[in-house]
Write a protein that binds this ligand. Structure first.
Ligand code: CDP
Ligand code: CDP
Length: 228
């Protein structure tokens, strides 16, 4: 009997969603889907074409001509736009600074949510983002809302930067807080915990502890599905 489930992981920047979601997917032999990478890919493509978030009609027009694909890669994920691998272009400070503005555009969200739902149709997906438990997969069998203090999240991002990209910790904290505010206050699918999501504060937890906790929640849920 197929007892595969879908797992939704939401939370603010730097909470550990993608690192943990990837490892959980590996342990369960599930597919990992990083939805943030899709918003980032759109941001990269549109800035390259000089289309800003202040002209939603043009954004939507361009998005119709964008083929966005995600492929698995060594337990992680690669992102492709119209056949070009853009994985290494989408985590720049420029994209970081603009992505939450494009992510406010309703038509763009509708388009990406549709693609994301298709990816999860056959179950066995670990999907991370901002609106997965509330909007994309409201029926996901396991929902996690992952948080950590903004100080800890900025520190985590600081530690992953190399010398060439490093900005001050204070600046990072400001940038992250700004993105949190835009994501939490937008009109369409704002970042918030679904009522049935489990709140996981990872400030004092290492990656291994978070992964173990989620995998154990998933296994209990799968056992329940098997008995149904
Ligand atoms: O990795 P990080 O947490 O910094 O960000 P991300 O997951 O790559 O997402 C980048 C941005 O895309 C977020 O700040 C949101 O503005 C947007 N996003 C969204 O609106 N909905 C999602 N499901 C995923 C990302
Ligand atoms: O996807 P999200 O923006 O939520 O965070 P991430 O990119 O998965 O994690 C940000 C950084 O925090 C990575 O370098 C992780 O290795 C690190 N991390 C950590 O130190 N402790 C955790 N419990 C989770 C993540």
């Amino acid at each position: 009997m197929n007892n595969r489930i879908n797992i939704a992981i939401d939370g603010p920047a730097g909470a550990g969603k993608s690192t943990v979601a990837r490892l959980v997917a590996n342990q369960l032999s599930y597919i990992y889907v990083d939805t943030g990478a899709m918003y980032r890919a759109v941001t990269w493509f549109l800035t390259k074409h000089g289309v800003g978030p202040e002209v939603p009609d043009q954004v939507l027009e361009h998005v119709q001509h964008m083929l966005i694909e995600l492929t698995p890669d060594h337990g992680g994920q690669r992102v492709w736009v119209n056949g070009e691998d853009v994985t290494s272009y989408i985590r720049t400070p420029q994209v970081n600074g603009l992505v939450s503005r494009y992510a406010q555009i309703e038509g763009l969200r509708t388009h990406l949510v549709q693609l994301q739902r298709q990816m999860a149709l056959r179950k066995g997906v670990v999907m991370d983002g901002r609106d997965i438990g509330t909007t994309v997969l409201p029926d996901a069998e396991v929902k996690i809302f992952m948080t950590a203090t903004v100080k800890e999240r900025a520190l985590r991002r600081f530690n992953e930067m190399n010398d060439a990209e490093r900005t001050s910790l204070e600046q990072l904290e400001k940038d992250i807080s700004m993105r949190d505010t835009l994501d939490e206050q937008r009109e369409i699918s704002p970042l918030r915990r679904a009522e049935d999501a489990i709140l996981l504060d990872t400030t004092e937890m290492n990656i291994h502890q978070v992964v173990e906790k989620i995998v154990s929640l998933c296994r209990s849920q799968m056992d329940g599905e098997r008995l149904r």
